[in-house]
Design a protein around this ligand. Structure first.
Ligand code: NAD
Length: 356
């Protein structure tokens, strides 16, 4: 029996409802595989600020660092938007990523055949898309110093060291070796010095991976190519801000932002979370789609715990549930046999997990 300690951060908005469903599915996996998970819950985000005055209490950082992996929902909401920057929910999440040293954000995007009509992109463009964004997460313009804002002027600094570029490039090439062996590195090397160093360093790392084909693309072109012909991409390697934007764009390929998982790895403990936010507009109504969080739990089993068969089991169950026509409200117009609430679809996925 393999035993793991999982830190759970439910967060704000729909966070608690989607994480509860992921735990339900993980418990179903444990009943079928030789795994035991124990959960410890921690506060982060607006709810943590309300209780402790701090969006990332020390207890959360300590607990996460001691765990084997962290499963996280989402944070944020209008209620906390007026706070000073360091007290806002997002600053808690940025700080946690930084504390954990999780410099690599992995975002797979593929299309479930049954949902090919759910995207705004034509089905013939989408069929067979299977891409994997590797985004640098702890450097670049979101963290660069100096940064300043006054009434008349504001600036941020985009900075990358060679070492930071090298380690994220290695993650991208290693990922490509397990996939179709193509890396497309995204930059703005025609304008930014940071991107020129990025490109040179990626070229150097590529020499250690002779089987992988490397191409470069400017970020503006990549934004266009993602909707023109997304099948051309295997692994997309990006810096922090470019990856933030492109991976949200890529999410529309799958039809709903409620489907896509992510993993933030590279430090001692990995953080697994859906790519969407806390969706305050639908929180508490029982209509949020928990699949992105459930798929994040599958990524956690695979990438943090090495439990490949358990991860496969969840991914197969989700695909079958969608194939059999179960949908949450965000996907109700696309082949729905039955429209389910958040808890209903979580229970159905858990049942499928236990029976396949
Ligand atoms: P969002 O991703 O929360 O929501 C965008 C749209 O998608 C909304 O219409 C929402 O209802 C819908 N949506 C999102 N997740 C869904 C799901 N699982 N099922 C069904 N529909 C879903 O983005 P936003 O509205 O720009 O931001 C809301 C809050 O979330 C803000 O405070 C923002 O700062 C925060 N945020 C947090 C994270 C994070 O925690 N990692 C990421 C992005 C945004």
């Amino acid at each position: 029996m393999n035993r793991y300690n999982i830190a759970i951060i439910k967060g704000d908005g729909i966070g608690p409802e989607i994480v509860d469903e992921a735990i339900k599915v993980l418990d179903a996996v444990c009943s079928k595989e030789d795994i035991e998970l124990s959960y410890e819950e921690y506060l982060m985000g607006g709810n943590a600020y309300d209780v402790t005055g701090n969006p990332l209490p020390d207890e959360t950082v300590d607990g996460c660092k001691k765990s084997d992996a962290i499963l996280f929902g989402a944070i944020g909401g209008d209620k906390w938007d007026g706070l000073e920057r360091h007290l806002r929910p997002e600053s808690g999440l940025l700080r946690l990523r930084s504390e954990l040293g999780v410099y690599a954000n992995l975002r797979p995007t593929s299309v479930f055949d049954e949902l090919v009509d759910a995207s705004t992109i034509k089905p013939e463009v989408l069929k067979g898309v299977d891409l994997f964004v590797v985004r640098e997460l702890t450097g670049g313009i979101y963290f660069g110093q100096p940064r300043e804002k006054n009434a008349d002027m504001a600036f941020n600094t985009m900075v990358y060291t060679k070492e930071e570029i090298k380690r994220i490039a290695i993650v991208a090439f290693d990922s490509a070796m397990k996939r179709r062996k193509q890396v497309c590195s995204i930059d703005k090397a025609n304008v930014l010095e940071v991107s020129q160093l990025w490109r040179e360093t990626v070229e150097e790392v590529a020499k250690d991976y002779p089987e992988v084909t490397l191409s470069h693309m400017y970020v503006d072109n990549a934004a266009m190519q993602l909707v023109r012909n997304p099948r051309q991409f295997d692994v997309m390697l990006t810096g922090n801000i470019f990856g933030d934007i492109l991976s949200d764009e890529a999410s529309m390929i799958s039809g709903s932002i409620g489907l896509l998982p992510s993993a933030s790895v590279g430090g001692k403990v990995g953080l697994f979370e859906p790519i969407h936010g806390s969706a305050p507009d639908i929180a508490g109504q029982g209509i949020s789609n928990p699949i992105a969080t459930i798929m994040s739990a599958a990524m956690m089993l695979r990438f943090a715990l090495g439990e490949e068969s358990a991860a496969d089991r969840i991914e197969k169950a989700v695909a079958l549930v969608l194939k059999d026509g179960y949908r949450t409200k965000d996907l109700s117009d696309y082949g729905a046999k039955e429209v389910c609430s958040t808890t209903e679809i979580g229970s159905i996925i858990a049942d499928y997990v236990a029976k396949i």
